[in-house]
Design a protein. Sequence first.
Length: 171
Amino acid sequence: MTQTGRTALGLALAAAVLALDQGTKQLMLTTLDLPLRGDIPVIPRLLDFAMAWNDGVTFGLLKSGAFWGPWLLGGVALCVVIGLLIWLRRAENAWTAASLGAIAGGALGNVVDRARFGRVVDFIHVHWGAWDPFPFIFNAGDSAIVIGVAALLLESALPARHRLQTAPPRA
């Protein structure tokens, strides 16, 4: 795959993740009216849709109660996305390009929420009955960020001879 193809792959995945993220959030806010309903069991004892407004970053970390908080977090996220897009243009393989696209799309989805609502819409709650080892509520964009980072870490941990579609060095 050419560099142009890898870049296109990453950008297409970023756009798909952004669309999925915003589409699922719109579904939760309007069609299911999750803010009013609060909690909808999807898979009993495992998965619920539970409304949460996140003033922080992924999984509610680094919450900021100040009025400028959403703008600061959104600005930082945009800077990160710009860095990811620069990296994407230089991605050495399709795996890295797809990972960067997933991260960028998820981050952009949360930036859109901050611009629209001043906070991020979260709604996915995974648990095991009453046991809640992962007490965070998240969204599709957060999932894409985590999967993209995990894929980058996995790819970087592989010995060079096992890396996927490594491009030849530039002359």
